[in-house]
Design a protein around this ligand. Structure first.
Ligand SMILES: N[C@@H](CCC[C@H](N)C(=O)O)C(=O)O
Length: 292
C-alpha cells in the first residue's frame, strides 16, 4: 500500500538532500525507493535522502544514546543510489536546520545539538556561516591507492583518510587539470577499498596560506551519488590531506572552495586527541508531498 511522505528539499553549498521526519521510526524505505526519490528525472532529486528519526527507535540509535543520552535525533542518511553512509558533513548541517525549522528541537546561539549518526554522536552549534559540526577524531586510513580519472593524463597516488566515512584525496597539478577531470565516471582506485570511497581532487590556491588560513579548491566524486557540487566530509579530508602534504607549520584552519560554494575546516586539540570541525551554510528550499 502506498503512503504519503511530507518532504523538505535542502542543501549545503549545493550538496542537496530530500529530508523527512519519521519521529517514531515507522517509515522503512527500501534502497530502490530511496533511489527513486533521489532520481533527478523521475523523483524529487537529490544527492542523498535523510530521515529524521528518534534515536530510541533504531538499533544504531540505541548505540548513539549509549554514547550520549542527549542525542535524541538520529540522522538516517542514504546516498542517491540507496546505499547507507556513516556520515554526511553537509547533510548534518541541513538536518539541524530541518529539525529547528520544524520545531523538533530548539537551539539558541551557543547551545549544542547532539545528533546520532552511523559514525557516532556529532555535536553542532550555530555560527556565522550557518552551523559548525565537530566531526570528531580522524585517521589516516585506506593507504595510498593509485587513482585514475577520465581525462586526467596520469594516475596519481591518493591519500586515504577516514572522517567517519572513507575518502581518498588526490593532489592535481593545476586548476586547469582540476577543471578538465571528467567525474561523471567513478574514478578507478588501485587497490579498490573494500567499502568503496569518496574521491576528492584538490589544488592549492595561490598563495596556499593567506592570513594564517590554508586555501584549496576541490571537486569530488561521492561514493553512491556521483559528482556533487560539494561534500562536507570530503572538504575536511581534503584539508587534512593538504596539511599532511604541506608538513610542519601548515595551518589548522582552512577554506575549501567547492563548485557549490565555500566551507571552513578547523583542526583543534581536545582531551581525546585532535578533532576536526566543518562550518558552512544550510538551506531549506521547498516542501512537498510524495507517494512511496
Ligand atoms: N555529501 C556528504 C557525504 C555523503 C556520504 C558519502 N557519499 C559516502 O558514501 O560516504 C558530505 O557532505 O559529507
Amino acid at each position: 500500500m502506498s503512503q504519503s511522505i511530507h518532504f523538505t528539499k535542502g542543501h549545503g553549498t549545493g550538496n542537496d538532500f530530500v529530508l523527512f521526519a519519521d519521529p517514531d521510526g515507522t517509515v522503512e524505505l527500501t534502497p530502490s525507493q530511496i533511489a527513486a526519490i533521489a532520481d533527478r528525472h523521475f523523483g524529487v532529486g537529490g544527492d542523498g535522502v535523510i530521515r529524521a528519526v528518534r534515536s530510541r527507535h533504531l538499533p544504531e540509535g540505541a548505540a548513539a544514546l549509549a554514547e550520549d543520552e542527549s542525542a535524541e535525533w538520529f540522522m538516517d542518511y542514504h546516498n542517491a543510489d540507496g546505499s547507507p553512509a556513516e556520515m554526511c558533513g553537509n547533510g548534518i548541517r541541513v538536518f539541524a536546520r530541518f529539525l529547528i525549522d520544524n520545531g523538533l528541537v530548539e537551539l539558541a546561539d551557543g547551545d549544542t545539538l547532539s545528533v546520532g549518526t552511523r559514525s557516532g554522536v556529532r555535536d553542532l552549534q550555530r555560527n556565522l556561516s550557518g552551523f559548525q559540526v565537530d566531526l570528531g577524531r580522524w585517521s589516516l586510513d585506506g593507504g595510498e591507492p593509485l587513482v585514475r580519472a577520465r581525462n586526467l593524463p596520469v594516475a596519481r597516488p591518493g591519500l586515504g583518510i577516514n572522517v567517519g566515512n572513507p575518502h581518498v584525496v588526490v593532489a592535481l597539478a593545476s586548476e586547469e587539470e582540476l577543471a578538465s577531470a571528467d567525474l561523471s565516471y567513478i574514478p578507478h582506485l588501485d587497490p579498490e577499498p573494500t567499502d568503496g570511497a569518496n574521491v576528492e581532487f584538490v589544488v592549492p590556491l595561490e598563495p596556499l596560506v593567506k592570513d594564517g588560513v590554508g586555501r584549496i579548491r576541490m571537486r569530488v566524486h561521492e561514493r553512491g551519488s556521483g559528482e556533487t557540487l560539494s561534500c562536507g566530509t570530503g572538504a575536511v579530508a581534503a584539508a587534512l590531506a593538504t596539511r599532511h602534504w604541506a608538513g610542519r607549520g601548515a595551518p589548522n584552519q582552512w577554506i575549501v572552495h567547492v563548485p557549490g560554494g565555500t566551507v571552513g575546516v578547523r583542526m583543534f586539540l581536545t582531551e581525546d586527541g585532535e578533532h576536526v570541525s566543518l562550518s558552512g551554510p544550510a538551506e531549506l528550499v521547498f516542501e512537498g508531498e510524495l507517494a512511496v
